[in-house]
Design a protein around this ligand. Structure first.
Ligand code: SF4
Length: 149
């Protein structure tokens, strides 16, 4: 196989309509997941969004959690908000005191605006906190991190 034939799984290639067809869900459902901060889409020209293979896998995982474990969107959102990114990012007490995600913590950290803190200049899509969350193993990861605290 030529290198050019190997698709980078992070490459945004699917429109929201194609993503919905692949997952056999509605465009509206994907928009709801996005609004809840469960997924960060690639925004292109205007309001259009594109999704990569990794995004499709993340959406598939979210669907499994909703269908198999009967989690609601807000339950997944809440679970993601418990993820202690400040431990992974090694935020100081001062940084924690200025971080809305640490202070309010009701939504995933990447849904907050980060001004003048360690996350201000980081692209959340590429951040390990967003990327490494395997949605069906979030609880285990949270337990692992908090037990190291
Ligand atoms: S860069 Fe974004 S995803 Fe990473 S810890 Fe900060 S807010 Fe969360």
């Amino acid at each position: 196989m030529k290198n050019s034939e190997i698709l980078d799984s992070t490459q945004p290639i699917y429109s929201i309509g194609s993503a919905a067809r692949l997952l056999t869900i509605s465009v509206h459902t994907i928009r709801m997941y996005e609004k809840a901060g469960l997924i960060i889409p690639h925004k292109v020209e205007g309001k259009n969004r594109l999704y990569s293979e990794l995004d499709i896998e993340r959406l598939r995982c979210i669907r499994r959690e909703i269908n198999n474990k009967k989690y609601s969107i807000s339950a997944i959102q809440r679970i993601l908000s418990f993820y202690p990114c400040w431990i992974e990012k090694q935020c100081s007490d001062n940084e924690r005191s200025q971080c809305s995600a640490y202070q309010n913590g009701t939504q995933p950290c990447w849904t907050y605006k980060h001004i003048d803190n360690i996350c201000s200049d980081i692209d959340c899509y590429s951040c390990s906190v967003y990327r490494d969350v395997e949605c069906d193993r979030i609880k285990e990861k949270i337990i692992k991190y908090t037990s190291k605290k």
